[in-house]
Design a protein around this ligand. Structure first.
Ligand code: F6P
Length: 362
């Protein structure tokens, strides 16, 4: 009699980013080397709110070399609908964690691999603890704000997209003698703005970790113009607060709030303070889509392989992470405890200052 194939499950959760499909592929390929089957759960934990659960059986036949290059996630994802406080049609909140756990158990999987950011990994950890099933976390987020790991899947591609935007803004800024403002994502962390700003030759980089004073920004731009250059590039992170110290939010359908709008506020402030023409580009979700760059594919491959190896070794409730050119693994709780924002004395902050880039505080 042949014994049943070992099954593991995988889902993607939270905002999508480039490289998710590359992670899925790496998990599938590594699992196949061990003779295991992989069950993909659709739309994050939402796939487990259906009976039967919405799943996709994954193999190297349907998760192939083409998939690896694609943006988005073939499994779908969601960044709303916390299962512990799920919004119901009548406006009430319901704890639906039990339903999710029951559906997961019906799948007959020995472990779950969750690809997510801090919020998703927190929810999945609580579900795993309540349901008594093993979990492995793989960090992904363009914001790169997860603790422990130096790099999360998707960040590199988002930085590349923002850098390319600056490459495209520079010639049009120069042609029209304009100040170009680029608003980038990142939630509470300024990693995308700082990294892309340096790579893309920005004159001013504003991040939420360093409050700005428009006086300093205007003085810097005026100096550039006095020195004979009549255009400038400004990068601002979406979480930078306005002059009243408030986050700039936009309200969306269903009561969701997201940070965006500081770029336009800053554009008006600079136009007035510098008496210059400004134009604002809000890069938005372009940073999340598209093909993953090589470094995100490598990270995805290393994380996916290591995650399956952890299950093989019976090491659970760990998050894989990248540190000092190595894949390591740490307790998930440790990784999500810390929200990694830009440190004011980090190498990149010192690099920016060393290049004479204005960070808004001097
Ligand atoms: O966390 C990733 C992220 O892209 C943030 O940078 C951004 O603030 C947010 O998600 C946007 O969320 P949504 O896709 O719901 O608009």
């Amino acid at each position: 009699m042949t014994s049943a194939k070992k099954r593991i499950a995988i889902l993607t959760s939270g905002g999508d980013c480039a490289g998710l499909n590359a992670v899925i592929r790496a998990v599938v390929l590594r699992a196949e080397t061990l003779g295991w089957a992989v069950v993909g759960i659709m739309d994050g934990t939402h796939g487990l709110l259906e009976t039967p659960a919405q799943i996709m059986l994954l193999s190297s036949k349907n998760v192939d070399t083409i998939t690896m290059r694609q943006g988005g996630t073939i499994l779908g994802t969601t960044n709303k609908g916390d299962p512990f406080a799920y919004p119901m049609p009548d406006g009430s909140l319901k704890d639906r964690s039990g339903e999710i756990i029951d559906e997961f158990k019906k799948l007959g999987c020995e472990a779950l691999i969750g690809i997510g950011g801090d919020g998703s990994l927190d929810i999945l950890s609580r579900l795993a603890a309540q349901g008594g099933f093993p979990l492995i976390g793989i960090p992904k987020t363009i914001d790169n704000d997860l603790g422990i790991t130096e790099m999360s899947v998707g960040f590199g591609t988002a930085v590349d997209v923002a850098t390319e935007a600056l490459d495209r803004l520079q010639p049009t800024a120069a042609s029209h003698d304009r100040i170009m403002i680029l608003e980038v994502m990142g939630r509470d962390a300024g990693h995308i703005a700082l990294t892309a700003g340096i790579a893309g030759g920005a004159d001013v980089i504003l991040i939420p970790e360093i409050p700005y004073d428009i006086k300093h920004v205007a003085a810097h731009i005026k100096k550039i113009r006095e020195n004979g250059r009549n255009f400038a590039l400004v990068v601002v992170s979406e979480a930078v607060r306005d002059s009243a110290g408030q986050s700039v939010l936009k309200h969306f359908f269903g009561g969701q709030k997201r940070m965006t709008g500081i770029g336009n506020i800053l554009g008006e402030q600079i136009a007035e303070a510098c008496q210059a023409e400004t134009r604002v580009t809000v890069l938005g979700h372009v940073q999340r889509g598209g093909q993953p760059i090589a470094s995100d594919r490598l990270l995805a491959a290393a994380f996916g392989v290591h995650a399956v190896s952890l299950i093989e070794q019976g090491k659970f409730n760990r998050m894989v992470a990248w540190r000092d050119r190595e894949v390591i693994d740490v307790p998930i709780a440790e990784a999500i405890r810390e929200n990694r924002t830009v440190e004011k004395d980090s190498t990149l902050v010192r690099t920016a200052r060393g290049l004479g880039i204005c960070l808004g505080d001097a």
